[in-house]
Design a protein around this ligand. Structure first.
Ligand SMILES: *[C@@H]1O[C@H](CO)[C@@H](O)[C@H](O)[C@H]1NC(C)=O
Length: 210
């Protein structure tokens, strides 16, 4: 006789909550990239906040933070509707899950701490640039602690709840973030390169006048 779990599905694709969670995972980076580029090119948010870039950036930060909470709730709801798998239902897997949750949160929180609110939430698109590239922890461990930390937390929850569907959604999270990074990194690099060019031009100008 086959073991009982051979009959349980790994992932129940009949659950709408699974697709809703997948949509919200993809929606968030899409949302902040579209909005931030609108800000960069047309100052949309700064205009909305009466010309105050700093306040506008805090407004975007609060919005991104809120849709992040919604995404996490939709993920947890999706996991509740999914079957558990006996192979994931062991103490060891649960401990690994908690360790991933802890490490993921450390990466996210320390990265926010190192960058500040405007540095974390796309301040560069508002013209609020960091003075220097942050190289200390967690940026000496990974170049995108926010994204990899978040991915680790998704995987941690999947393991704690013993849900294969959570592992699948975590793969989706990672894919979405990797695409976002390929889209965001060259853009922010160009914002800083532009400042360097302007600084260099400023220095030349200064020398000529002397
Ligand atoms: C990263 O920097 C921290 C201190 O800022 C240090 O304790 C840690 O060992 C560094 N890690 C790596 C991998 O270099």
């Amino acid at each position: 006789m086959a073991p009982a779990y051979a009959q349980t599905k790994l992932v129940d694709f009949d659950q709408k909550s699974l697709f809703i969670s997948a949509c919200s995972i993809a929606f968030n980076p899409l949302f902040w990239n579209i909005v931030a580029r609108q800000e960069y090119h047309n100052k949309v948010l700064t205009k909305l906040f009466g010309g105050r870039s700093q306040t506008a950036c805090y407004g975007l930060a609060a919005t991104i933070f809120s849709i992040g909470i919604v995404r996490d709730l939709l993920y947890e709801r999706a996991l509740r509707h999914q079957p558990s798998h006996p192979l994931l239902d062991s103490d060891l897997v649960t401990y690994i899950g908690y360790a991933l949750l802890a490490c993921g949160n450390i990466l996210v929180i320390s990265s926010t701490w190192a960058l500040g609110i405007t540095g974390t939430f796309l301040g560069d698109y508002f013209g609020i640039l960091m003075d220097d590239i942050v190289t200390g922890f967690p940026f000496n461990v990974t170049d995108a602690p926010m994204y990899y930390g978040s991915t680790m937390s998704f995987l941690g929850s999947a393991l704690v709840y013993s849900k294969p569907a959570g592992i699948l959604l975590t793969g989706w999270v990672l894919l979405v973030y990797l695409v976002a990074l390929r889209f965001e990194n060259p853009f922010t690099a160009e914002i800083y390169a532009k400042r360097e060019r302007e600084r260099a031009a400023g220095k030349k100008e200064g020398k000529k006048q002397r």
